[in-house]
Ligand binder design. Structure first.
Ligand SMILES: [Zn+2]
Length: 403
């Protein structure tokens, strides 16, 4: 099993990364053998990379596979094998997240701030413990605040000789132009549905029927497909969302449907909070030296406040993600309606809602459907602009009703 196995439908990208890992390996080997410093410039390897691609295309999976290939110490390399065997200690520990020289930064918050970024930059200055590369994978580079972006820029401009930054973002527009221009860019595509189904079976052991269903309805979004295939609740939630187009026929129904979407998102946030908040709070109390049930020691209230702020931001983020999922389900539904109206013979993404799709296709026109799709996209944009969620969703539901 090579490190690239889970990077599905991205042959061009894996070819390029594979070549880079090979040159990176030659560079490390030349230095270790005292043959002087081989030039990195002009080779397929470089210090800063930007992985872009639509949500679910596997940006961070590709970045982590590359990080592993850079740490590959398989003896086959000397025999001309490409680095990234997937078996050796370097590959393996990098893939499972325990390699000392691979740091993966992921956040469940809306933004990555200056303080966290400074810390990563400091870490990036260190020499790799294993003598190969110090790799920092930043999964959500689009969430860097402007200040944090400027901190990162300095590190990317003058990287330590063995440091590699792997930044991931939905598109190049999502990162500061100054950072973008210093990175080598890799664009991932939406992976084909079959490739996603195959991955779910191979990697996650999911039954063929379920894998095919989940890959089809999520249209090549790997993470969502996996969640749908493994989480009964997610399937129920999705089924509920798909009844929305039929329930918005009058104002009361539209408003009720909007409220339901918001409630479901809030419930998701509550569930995540229950999973983490109490434990985090207890851990922090212990760290601050408060015994059970007692008050916090003097001067530590600030730390607790910081944790509570973080938890609040995470709740907001979870709620947003949950709404986002619902909105993509809706878009998918109306796309199917449009496909039927335009008489295209493509298979429906939402086969299980075929009847509802057919009904709406027959009772409305393509212009109406386009307006409805637009309304869903507008809602998502409004949420991005921090419009109050209920207002944004209600406005959408009213447009869905009128078409
Ligand atoms: Zn290896």
């Amino acid at each position: 099993m090579a490190v690239w196995d889970d990077v599905v439908g991205q042959e061009k990208v894996t070819d390029q990364l594979s070549a880079a890992a090979r040159d990176a390996d030659a560079y490390v080997t030349a230095e270790a053998e005292g043959k002087g410093t081989a030039a990195l410039s002009g080779s397929a390897m470089t210090h800063a990379w930007l992985f872009t691609g639509p949500p679910g295309s596997g940006r961070s999976t590709a970045a982590r596979a590359f990080a592993a290939a850079l740490q590959c110490v398989s003896p086959d390399r000397a025999l001309g094998g490409a680095p990234g065997c997937g078996f050796c200690d370097g590959c393996h520990t990098a893939m499972v997240g325990t390699h000392a020289d691979v740091e993966v930064i992921r956040t469940d918050l809306l933004t990555i701030g200056v303080k966290e970024t400074r810390e990563q930059v400091r870490r990036a200055q260190m020499s790799p413990a294993g003598g190969r590369w110090q790799v920092i994978v930043m999964e959500d580079a689009d969430r860097l605040t402007e200040g944090a972006g400027n901190v990162l820029l300095k590190a990317v401009e003058e990287p330590a000789p063995r440091t590699v930054w792997l930044l991931c973002a939905p598109s190049t527009e999502d990162v500061l132009p100054t950072i973008r221009s210093r990175c080598r860019h890799l664009a991932l595509r939406t992976p084909p549905v079959d490739a996603v189904a195959d991955l779910l079976m191979r990697r996650d052991g999911i039954e063929p029927d379920m894998a095919a269903y989940a890959a089809r309805v999520t249209q090549g979004h790997i993470g969502r497909a996996r969640r749908l295939a493994t989480d009964e609740r997610a399937r129920r939630r999705r089924a509920a969302v798909l009844t929305m187009p039929q329930r918005v026929s009058d104002v009361g129904g539209a408003l009720r449907a909007a409220q339901e979407l918001i409630d479901a998102a809030a419930e998701d946030a509550k569930e995540v909070a229950e999973e983490h908040d109490e434990r985090e709070t207890e851990e922090l109390r212990t760290a601050l030296g408060a015994s059970e049930g007692s008050r916090l020691p003097r001067g530590t209230a600030g730390a607790m406040k910081e944790l509570q702020d973080k938890q609040k931001r995470r709740a907001t983020r979870t709620q947003r993600d949950s709404l986002d999922l619902a909105l993509s389900d809706l878009t998918g539904f109306y796309r199917d309606v449009l496909a039927r109206q335009l008489g295209s013979g493509v298979a429906l993404a939402n086969e299980e809602a075929a009847e509802a799709v057919q009904q709406l296709a027959a009772s409305s026109g393509p212009e109406q459907t386009l307006r409805r799709i637009e309304a869903v996209l507008d809602c998502r944009e409004a949420l991005d602009r921090n419009v109050a969620p209920l207002l944004a969703v209600e406005a959408m539901a009213m447009t869905l009703r009128a078409g």
